[in-house]
Design a protein around this ligand. Structure first.
Ligand SMILES: Nc1ncnc2c1ncn2[C@@H]1O[C@H](COP(=O)(O)OP(=O)(O)OP(=O)(O)O)[C@@H](O)[C@H]1O
Length: 212
């Protein structure tokens, strides 16, 4: 089981503190949503918790089954879907899924063809990502996080560009992360959002402006 512990972390850009003194303990089987107005620091905080941005102050500890993990091993534990993370556009969906699973394996038993099916994109398996619509790309980004084995899933603005069918698909899949129907271990889910229907199932909603 994975736990992320943030101890008094803060982030400053130039002379401006985005947030300070963030103390959090986040563990598997739970979901947490960070809310706040545009520019309040949701994406920045998620990137710090993912270990992809350094904090200006404070300490971040990752633990697996009570043992600290080295920062270099964090990335294996995390899948992140966010508007600022791009897909490799030159690859077809099949190629992308095959490539991705070499460093972020899919859950046991899932093949790239099965993942394409779960993405509702079987018809587009041989199409290059650059020809996907923005909603199709968003589904791929989410699917790479939903269907990987990694125990921590981070979703920033998860339903951006999704139509009604895509949003319903998101709702169905995201709930299975914390209450898996197939016996898989529950994951730690972190969301950054301003749209209540993206996190209406989530009991832990934290406004980042509390850390200004
Ligand atoms: N690389 C950077 N250099 C300087 N300032 C930055 C940088 N990245 C973000 N910021 C600033 O940090 C603040 C928080 O930005 P962030 O993207 O985390 O907000 P957000 O809450 O996710 O916003 P939104 O709802 O618009 O996505 C903003 O004032 C932004 O301008």
């Amino acid at each position: 089981m994975v736990t992320i512990r943030a101890e008094q972390i803060g982030k400053k850009y130039r002379k401006e503190w985005i947030f300070r003194r963030v103390d959090l303990t986040l563990s598997a089987g739970n979901s947490y949503t960070f809310v706040g107005p545009n520019g309040s620091g949701k994406s920045t905080l998620l990137q710090l918790l993912a270990g992809s941005l350094p904090s200006t102050e404070g300490k971040l500890v990752y633990e697996q089954n009570g043992r600290p993990l080295e920062p270099d091993d964090w990335f294996r534990q995390i899948c992140i879907a966010a508007p600022y993370l791009e897909l490799v556009e030159e690859l077809t969906l099949d190629e992308l899924l095959t490539f991705h699973q070499t460093f972020k394996p899919f859950s046991a038993g899932l093949t790239p063809a099965m993942v394409a099916d779960r993405l509702l994109l079987t018809h587009a398996r041989h199409k290059e990502i650059k020809y996907f619509s923005s909603g199709m790309k968003q589904r791929v980004k989410l699917g790479l996080a939903f269907f990987a084995e990694a125990p921590v899933v981070i979703l920033d603005e998860p339903t951006s560009n999704l139509d009604r069918q895509g949003a319903a698909w998101y709702q169905e899949q995201v709930r299975q992360l914390i209450e898996p129907a197939d016996g898989r271990p529950p994951r730690l889910l972190l969301i950054g959002s301003n749209q209540p229907d993206e996190y209406d199932f989530c009991p832990n909603v934290l406004d980042v402006t509390r850390w200004k």
